[in-house]
Design a protein around this ligand. Sequence first.
Ligand code: PLP
Length: 456
Amino acid sequence: MAREFPLTPEIVETVSTHYRKLSGEIPTSEAVESILRMRAAEPQSMRGQPPIVWDRAEGCNVFDAQGNMWLDFSSGVLITNAGHGHPSVVEAIRRQIDGPLLTTYCFPNMPRIRLVERLASLAPRPDYKVFLLCTGGESTECALKLMRTHGLRSGGSHKSVIVSFDDAFHGRTMGAQQLGGTPSGKRWIKNLDPEIVHVPFPDGFRCEDTSFGLFESTLTSRNIEPRNVAGVIAETYQGVGPNFMPKTYAQELRRWCDRHGALLCFDEVQAGLGRCGTLWGFELYDTVPDLFCLGKGISSSLPLSAVVGRPDVMDLYGPNEMTSTHSGNPVCCAAALANIETILAEKLIDNAARLGPVLKRELAAIKNEFPRVVGFAPAEGLVGGLLAVRPGTKDPNYDLAWDVVNGCFRRGLLMFAPVGVGGGCIKIAPPLRITEEALLEGCAVLRETFRELTGH
Ligand code: PLP
């Protein structure tokens, strides 16, 4: 089981820079008191993050009520692409609330109309349609349903296999978790769908064979006929790394899907809206999916997700057959619209592209300095990871990763708890508006923490 961050206040070294301010005891006694109240009422699954009670968050900073300020390398969990509490997003929400128009169920509202039009205008094909939902998991569940429905209708009752990848994450509801590639997450499901199958993800680290041949040979070894595959779903990058597939692999996958009448879906819940230095993450692969899922960074704030895709697939269900009570909520749509316009107007995608090489260089430098305990340091745009390993192996070192996150937290750098296979991945994902100076300061804190923990 994952470790809980300690609730014992300890005096930290005072930090006072433009981006970080910390003094006295961390966690503060006020935070400890509030967190204990929370813990009494919540399941322990919600105890996984460093002990700060967020009071305010602006730009690239998170504040507690006692005057401490953290530099944020989490963006929530890759939510606040435009930055925390962006004034345009706040203003759009305020205007919508003042209407007041807070909900309409599936009756039309203008923010929803504007948002689906805007997302469609940004899609890689002009005829793609947009279906709004609330969470990332809802969007991948919907993609699963659409892929299988399309397979069954286009190829008959045998065309129902869905291919996903080992180590994938697509959410925690029943369909999404079956798409996921972590066996432990699926233990609670008694009748696992035998036609959701997983193939190795070609990350080049855990799976050194990055050839597309491995995709095909794995299906053959499982006796799966390509013509029976209804769809393939892949995170554009696997959150556990972030792991990217080679561009040639993605392009071969696209051709393979076309050859066998299978749909290709990219889960862009993390990768979309500028995170990788491109509007859509799949632009890195010069490959267009039939469907893609959006969430997290779509609004930089309120819950909203979407499935975007080919009109013949999106129209598989008739009126009122594919809906959700809070789909297209006007307040969430107003926030998402303001967020998308902000990301574009403030050229935050260009900023992510410009700072991508800086982040890559800094993480590579940390890996070079600690080669025995940092096994892999992938990065693209403003998402990166440091994979902590047991000395000289590829085995994840959860304890070290956890200690690094905890150590950084006590130095005023905020990251979420380690993720990934065996919990070895320290994930770096600041808001896309971060400056080079702040990015370098955060990376220096990471390096200092590694030095302290490894006795360098
Ligand atoms: N897909 C990906 C790639 C994700 O990273 C996540 C969440 O981390 C999800 C889906 C699930 O999103 P949600 O937690 O909003 O249901």
